[in-house]
Design a protein around this ligand. Structure first.
Ligand SMILES: Nc1ncnc2c1ncn2[C@@H]1O[C@H](COP(=O)(O)OP(=O)(O)OP(=O)(O)O)[C@@H](O)[C@H]1O
Ligand SMILES: [Mg+2]
Length: 526
């Protein structure tokens, strides 16, 4: 039942002239944005354009320096998260904000701000509902978002995708009028995303105003009624659904037409490359038993090869690459690297042999947030130019500057703390850190999650260039287009086993999709 809005009615939300400065950076320079009831507004822009900052102001997380915000035409004061909440605004953050030590129901109903400060106080005295009722209500919300874990499951035990669904359930519990979703699908499987889209359509039909941030064009095409584009902290355009073609949106985002090939040109015979030293694999994995997996996994990768790992979220790809990297030692099986036995017991062992992993969860494993861009970039490689026993600051600065330029990292300087960078730029710092190491084998787990279209093409070029230099690249990705566009071969995993290996000539969305889900190709819709 959608709520028709008469032309005379004021907009559900009107933000005007919003300005926000951080030391050295103008994040927002007089931005305006309008959202209507019963509408999905896509908020688009390159990494660092100011999307998350604008939405944090709306959610009361940060105050604006200037500008006004109206809801139903009335001027409001969004001082603090609680004030925003009471005005019906729910913000689903780009970085997950749940308390991992509390269970699902507690996270939904207690709110992580309070829970983080004092879980005990919240559980004991301030619980808004009796436990049984809380669990029942949580179960209903979980069913709506399609998460079938019991409400008493600790959030720490959930996958990133499942945590995202809990965040969404929490927004639903608040019965908000305006729901902001900041890159909600970046860690969801295709199935989970489809479920989320159903939830969004239902909310729209109920008259909720949804502001949707994403770097994925297909989603925007699928969902958005209107598109607002930011560039360098300025509002550069509004497009109605029928005029919002991908080309138009991208042109507004980057301020020029993007031309040329998205994926770098590939030869179909990587192994015949002159760089490779014969047909011997660089890494050979035999019957590797990852903790929790039902059977051993075998595969090999040659120098200069890009090996893709496809599979649904939860298919066991992250666990597998973490075992190869020594995060969790294997329970059985053998690995050989460059002809010598390879059995890393911790990441440091792997790094010494030239194996690097850029992890999926950058906040937990990839970065030291309170440290600078320069320090983070050199973190892993410090040992290699630390010959005299102290940190060579000049080298550190040079390495950092090279990577900032190579990846187009948007930062006011290399001394800037990583915690203040936009999400996509943090991701680029993680990549830069490993590129600086000149690895033999580079493992990338979801390398372009949260990265904007222009920067994404740049990362593809970098990855292809590394492979051309003879680096073996093992790439886990849930983006099938990316796997098909970049990989020489694809290993498809299903339920923690290898479901199949495809050569470049045999790639197709249908084939990979069928192996991922276990359906016969005919049953898989394209
Ligand atoms: N707390 C902070 N301190 C300093 N600078 C900040 C802070 N928060 C954001 N910025 C800066 O503000 C600008 C806008 O960042 P924002 O996170 O809003 O970008 P975004 O559009 O959400 O990008 P992405 O697509 O990468 O998530 C960036 O230059 C960022 O470095
Ligand atoms: Mg952001």
């Amino acid at each position: 039942m959608s709520t028709p809005v008469s032309p005379a009615a004021p907009d559900l939300l009107a933000m005007r002239g919003i300005t926000k400065r951080f030391a050295g950076v103008t994040a927002l320079a007089g931005v305006s944005l309008t959202a209507r009831a019963g509408e999905v507004l896509a908020l688009m822009g390159e990494n660092g354009a100011g999307k998350s900052t604008l939405m944090k102001i709306l959610g009361g997380v940060q105050p604006a320096d200037a500008g006004e915000i109206r809801i139903d035409g009335r001027l409001v004061d969004l001082e603090g998260v609680r004030a925003a909440k009471s005005l019906g605004i729910a913000l689903i953050h780009q970085e997950l904000m749940l308390a991992p030590n509390l269970d699902i129901a507690a996270n939904i109903f207690l709110g992580s701000e309070g829970a983080e400060q004092s879980p005990a106080a919240f559980m004991g005295m301030l619980a808004p509902l009796p436990r049984g009722e809380m669990n029942r209500k949580a179960a209903t919300l979980l069913a709506r978002v399609g998460l079938d874990s019991p409400p008493t499951t600790p959030v720490g035990a959930l996958t990133v995708g499942q945590r995202q669904m809990v965040e969404i359930a929490r927004a639903l519990s608040a019965a908000a009028r305006i729901i902001v979703m900041d890159e909600p699908t970046s860690s969801l499987s295709a199935q989970e995303s489809a479920r989320l889209f159903d939830v969004i359509r239902q909310l729209r039909a109920d008259g909720v105003g949804i502001i949707y941030i994403s770097h994925r064009m297909e989603e925007v095409q699928l969902l958005a009624d209107r598109v607002t584009v930011l560039r360098d902290g300025r509002h550069v355009g509004d497009l109605a659904r029928r005029e919002a073609t991908t080309d138009k949106i991208v042109a507004l985002m980057v301020g020029r037409e993007l031309t040329g090939d998205y994926f770098p040109k590939k030869s179909s015979e990587p192994s015949s490359d002159s760089v490779t030293t014969g047909a011997a694999p660089l890494l050979e994995v035999k019957d590797l038993l990852v903790p929790g997996a039902p059977a051993g996994v075998s595969f090999q990768i040659r120098r200069g090869e890009i090996l893709g790992f496809a599979g649904l979220v939860g298919a066991g790809r992250t666990e597998l690459v973490e075992t190869v990297f020594g995060v969790t030692p294997a329970r059985a099986g053998t690995m050989t690297l460059a002809g010598r036995p390879f059995a890393p017991r911790r990441p440091r062992d792997a790094i010494r042999r030239g194996v690097c992993l850029a992890p999926e969860d950058r906040k937990r494993h990839g970065l030291v947030l309170p440290m600078s861009v320069a320090e983070n970039t050199s973190l892993a490689s410090v040992g290699s130019y630390n010959r005299w026993g102290w940190l060579d600051r000049a080298t550190e600065r040079r390495v950092a500057k090279t990577e900032v330029a190579r990846l187009g990292i948007k930062t006011s300087s290399i001394a800037t703390k990583v915690v203040t960078l936009s999400g996509g730029n943090q991701q680029k710092v993680v990549l830069g850190k490993w590129l600086a190491m000149s690895p033999k084998l580079l493992i990338l787990d979801e390398p372009t999650r949260g990265i904007d279209v222009g920067a994404r093409a740049e990362i593809y070029r970098q990855v292809a260039a590394l492979a051309a230099e003879g680096v073996a690249i093992l790439m886990v990705s849930s983006d099938l287009e990316e796997v098909i566009g970049l990989a020489d071969r694809v290993v498809v995993m299903r339920e923690r086993r290898v479901a199949g290996v495809l050569d470049r000539a045999a790639f197709s969305q249908e084939r990979i999709g069928a192996l991922m889900t276990g359906a016969r190709p005919a049953e898989v819709s394209a």
